[in-house]
Design a protein around this ligand. Sequence first.
Ligand SMILES: NC(=O)c1ccc[n+]([C@@H]2O[C@H](COP(=O)([O-])OP(=O)(O)OC[C@H]3O[C@@H](n4cnc5c(N)ncnc54)[C@H](O)[C@@H]3O)[C@@H](O)[C@H]2O)c1
Length: 411
Amino acid sequence: MRIAVAGTGYVGLSLAVLLAQHNDVVAVDVVPQKVELLNARKSPIVDAEIESYLAADASGERPLSLSATTDGAAAYGSAELVVIATPTNYDPQRNFFDTTYVEQVIDLVLEVNPQAVMVIKSTVPVGYTKGLCERYPQGRFLFSPEFLREGRALYDNLHPSRIIVGVPSESAFEVELQAAARKFAELLQQGALDEDVPSLIMRATEAEAVKLFSNTYLALRVAYFNELDTYAGVRGLDASQIIEGVCLDPRIGSHYNNPSFGYGGYCLPKDTKQLLANYDHVPQNLIEAIVDANRTRKDYIADEVLARVMSLVYEGVPNPVVGVYRLTMKSGSDNFRASSVQGIMKRVKGKGVPVLVYEPTLDDADFFGSEVTHDLADFKRRADVIVANRWSEELNDVTAKVYTRDLFKRD
Ligand SMILES: NC(=O)c1ccc[n+]([C@@H]2O[C@H](COP(=O)([O-])OP(=O)(O)OC[C@H]3O[C@@H](n4cnc5c(N)ncnc54)[C@H](O)[C@@H]3O)[C@@H](O)[C@H]2O)c1
């Protein structure tokens, strides 16, 4: 099948590579550098599986039928299926996702190839696809939630926890789209390494809700263990002992329980806020509490860091510097969109304390008014308190300076 994929970020690129094993895929992006890299078989993002699949294609060991272009009209014009994986950033003014980039692709597809089936992989508000059917009655839309993790984007599509495709019951093409949804689920299964992946076809609105409720559950779990850790910190208890004891209950489980500065990354903060916005006129306490808990956690962590700064001042250190060790959310990632440590930085800087950043993946010498160094030894020398959301062996020689809540030294 000829498939176009709009957007070559984490979602679009991993799907383009996955589908290009058995289909002719054209990946479209508005950023020419990304397109050039991809055509040279270099990954624009850090992802071990994507890099290895592109290299195996370049050497002829495992061929892909994949090309990249900035020419959306040409790519969509000749595709049977268009997968849309463009950003949906949260708009704090409107309290809703900004779906402009998704609609830019839809407008172009409807102009050049109105028969094409469009599968929305971007995360959207609950009810969005239904609204599209009303706005664009001539369009054929499916919504398929994406569950990958950044840094493991292709891995998670090679080993998916589930495949879900939503069909809008409001569409005039519902029967045709039911068949297209089954076909798309088959294509994802065909590209995966695991067999018999659980696969669900449901209405698009329910599928949209699955995505937001899944991420909000993950945020809830992070917030829960973070609040447990805050409690232990304030009461002088050993949080790791409590967590180990709690998690040995198999109903709770010992996974995804490592405290941090807060949940972050591109998806959890925006998806929880979008779900909360979707609860308009629906009774709830929990969803709002999850969003609030993340703010409270960052306030607590920032206060702890500032307390360390103050004790250094009392010891006679004239103007202590807070060093931020990595802006990324997870170790092994090159992405620091909405990482929680930035919330700590903002609060610490707000109190007039100088902040020095060590982030080797950032080329700039400045990050929101704070100096960035790429020299780890210089960073360790100049920082009086080192704040690390995730521990690294690199910090072994400065443990006395480090403030982290990475109790289990893992993500
Ligand atoms: N990153 C994740 O872990 C993840 C997981 C599940 C779902 N999602 C959702 O998937 C969507 C994409 O996320 P991402 O992390 O891949 O984003 P990203 O920012 O990494 O990539 C998006 C790409 O789309 C490109 N783009 C923007 N407008 C375009 C247009 N009109 N035509 C073609 N390309 C265009 C951008 O240049 C960029 O390369 C979002 O809705 C996100 O919420 C992300």
